[in-house]
Design a protein around this ligand. Structure first.
Ligand code: SF4
Length: 347
């Protein structure tokens, strides 16, 4: 009989599984606590269970865990984790310290089909959707590595487009909230602009924050750097944002990766203020991190500040995001790229 991966089971099915083993409901509650909060990686570690019960469990079940393949620590404290999946593929998560926050940026897919021209992950295409437990396990595994420090915020902004894997993503969000006690207010889902997904997210995980990767102010430019724009142009995307049922005192975050000579002119800044008028939002300006094999360049600091000033003068909240972890290839897809480019994956 094939052993059951306890993490792959929806938490509500754990009770049925335990009762099929002749065990009472409270054992399922204990098991959930040990898997998610105490981060047990095998039945053997569940010391609240007797040796006999641990052996019984070990015969029919196992606890699936991501395999830590590589960990890089930047001089600025950013850390990047490369995790191996059961099928031999790999994904990345990035831990970003910022004042009193410790934010973990996690992946929702292995690879990505969206093909954004400035993104390393987009170059490799989609390999597969992650399962809910593989999404949550990035949080559990990094939590184990950095204990006793605790992750305070989660952003789904790593590899993949979360709204293209929404069922597994919303299952993962509920597990993070209910079993890891991470408030939904501290979780952000970032999309490149999948309009139907934005509408569904509002129903499936209504309290999480929404971030939209906008990156251009005309359909011509956005279509060039983000193929999704051909399907859902700026007008349709912003219409979905205007209709998004925001919780009280919440705002949508618009990410704007600044590419020199492509989307960083004064005209772009003025157009951006017009486009976002009336949407409760803040704008993250992200000067592009130059990547080998990708033709775009980073604008100089003066250009970024002038762009920001136009937005701020128009009454918008616009923050320039500092580049973090440049010495450890912290941009999406870079560490995995380095690993798969080697003759052997480092274990
Ligand atoms: S930026 Fe995000 S959505 Fe675009 S290709 Fe990269 S991972 Fe996919």
């Amino acid at each position: 009989m094939e052993k059951v991966n306890l993490k792959a089971l929806p938490p509500e099915e754990l009770k049925t599984f335990m009762s099929a083993q002749g065990l009472p409901a409270y054992r399922a509650r204990q098991l959930l606590h040990w898997i998610y909060e105490k981060r047990a990686t095998s039945a053997e570690e569940i010391t609240e269970f007797s040796q006999k019960l641990r052996r019984q469990l070990d015969q029919v079940a196992w606890i699936g865990n991501l395999e830590l393949l590589d960990r890089a620590v930047s001089a600025d404290g950013t850390q990047k984790f490369l995790f191996g999946l059961d099928d031999g593929d790999s994904i990345e998560s990035v831990l970003i310290p910022d004042e009193d926050r410790l934010t973990l940026c996690i992946s929702s897919q292995a690879g990505c089909a969206m093909g954004c021209a400035f993104c390393r992950t987009g170059k490799g295409g989609l390999r597969r959707n992650l399962q809910a437990y593989e999404i949550v396990d990035q949080v559990i595994s990094v939590g184990r590595e950095i204990a006793p420090r605790r992750i305070t915020n989660i952003v789904l902004m790593g590899m993949g487009e979360p709204l293209k894997n929404l069922d597994e993503v919303s299952d993962a969000l509920h597990r993070m909230n209910r079993l890891l006690q991470i408030s939904k207010r501290r979780i952000t889902v970032s999309t490149c602009g999948v309009v139907p997904g934005i509408e569904q997210l509002a129903f499936k995980a209504p309290e999480v924050n929404l971030a939209v990767s906008l990156n251009a102010t005309t359909d011509e430019v956005r279509g060039r750097i983000m193929p999704i724009n051909k399907r859902y142009p700026i007008k349709a995307l912003l219409k979905a944002c205007r209709r998004y049922p925001l919780q009280k005192r919440r705002r949508i975050t618009f990410e704007y990766v600044m590419l020199a000579g492509v989307n960083d002119t004064d005209e772009d800044a003025y157009r951006l203020t017009d486009l976002l008028r009336g949407i409760p939002c803040k704008i993250n300006l992200i000067p592009f991190n130059e990547l080998e094999g990708i033709k775009y360049r980073r604008p100089d600091e003066g250009r970024v500040l002038e762009f920001q000033t136009i937005l701020v003068d128009a009454g918008l909240t616009a923050i320039v995001r500092k580049s973090k972890g440049q010495d450890i290839l912290a941009a999406c897809g870079q560490l995995r790229h380095r690993e798969v480019s080697r003759p052997q994956v480092m274990k």
